[in-house]
Design a protein around this ligand. Structure first.
Ligand code: ADP
Ligand code: ADP
Length: 237
């Protein structure tokens, strides 16, 4: 589903954040990305959807190499990649429902179509997703009225609203307490299994990664130093 070939990134500052990273991600596979601060985890996540431009290498999503696309082609292909962030990136003054709907169209088109009202089938779908993440009764609340865990559930529903082929998840639980973190990880793993959706999760919390991920990729100084099942990790490090 996703194949990285020799992905490297050196920033203009001269910092080499990734060196020759290759990864093969199967459908439905949940990959936990671990490693010390500065290892290149966020750079890797950001190179996949070209929020950061790779210096070299290939990023195959299905049969498309995203690195070779023009900006306008990329915009189209990015719809296939759902992003979930540490700080949720919700629009505070919009309702939960509106935040989820914005995932369908992106923010700018969201306002345009909001003026013409939404397609009933999009609204139907947003309700189904809100139900799935356990937020149906909060659909009309403003995003800024929610707890951290609830906000991350909105983030998940919004990412699913675009019906992605891949999820990129950047430190989803870094702002959450341990109990809420486990609930969010459980929800994420269940949803990926239900939809056969692959996900790459940048997760600084190693025990949490071991508890929920099927495969762990360890980065150190921009290189893959571990790639395997969670139970192999204790022997490797
Ligand atoms: P790119 O090569 O992707 O264009 P740049 O080197 O231009 O990236 O840096 C992008 C931004 O990140 C700049 O504003 C830069 O100041 C900032 N930046 C520089 N060093 C770091 C760092 N170590 N960590 C995070 N951000 C940094
Ligand atoms: P991690 O997510 O594992 O903490 P990062 O991908 O943020 O690692 O950073 C990897 C390396 O790249 C670090 O040395 C960091 O300082 C550097 N880096 C990250 N972003 C930038 C940037 N925008 N400009 C320059 N250097 C950066």
């Amino acid at each position: 589903m996703l194949k990285l070939n020799g992905l490297s990134k050196t920033y203009k500052t001269g910092d080499t954040a990734l060196s020759d990273v290759s990864l093969d991600v199967q459908k439905g596979q949940l990959i936990g990305l671990i490693g010390p601060s500065g290892a290149g985890k966020s750079t890797l996540i950001r190179c996949i959807n070209r929020l950061v431009e790779p210096s070299s290498g290939e990023v195959w999503l299905g049969d498309v190499d995203l690195v070779k696309l023009s900006r306008s082609e990329l915009r189209h292909q990015r719809r296939r990649i759902g992003m979930i962030f540490q700080e949720y990136a919700l629009v505070e003054r919009l309702t939960v429902m509106e935040n989820v709907l914005s995932g369908r169209l992106g923010y700018v088109s969201f306002w345009r179509s909001w003026l013409r009202r939404y397609e009933p089938r999009d609204i139907q779908r947003a309700y189904e997703l809100l139900d799935r993440v356990g937020l149906l009764q909060h659909a009309d609340k403003r995003a800024d009225a929610l707890s951290g865990g609830q906000r991350q559930r909105v983030g998940i529903a919004r990412a699913l609203m675009q019906d992605p082929d891949l999820l990129l998840v950047d430190e989803p639980t870094a702002s959450l307490d341990p109990k809420t973190s486990r609930q969010i990880m459980r929800l994420l793993t269940e949803i990926c299994a239900e939809r056969d959706l692959p996900a790459i999760v940048n997760i600084h919390d190693v025990p949490l990664a071991q508890a929920f991920m099927q495969r762990i990729v360890g980065l150190r100084a921009g290189r893959v130093v571990f790639d395997g099942a969670p139970d192999g990790l204790s022997e490797a490090v």
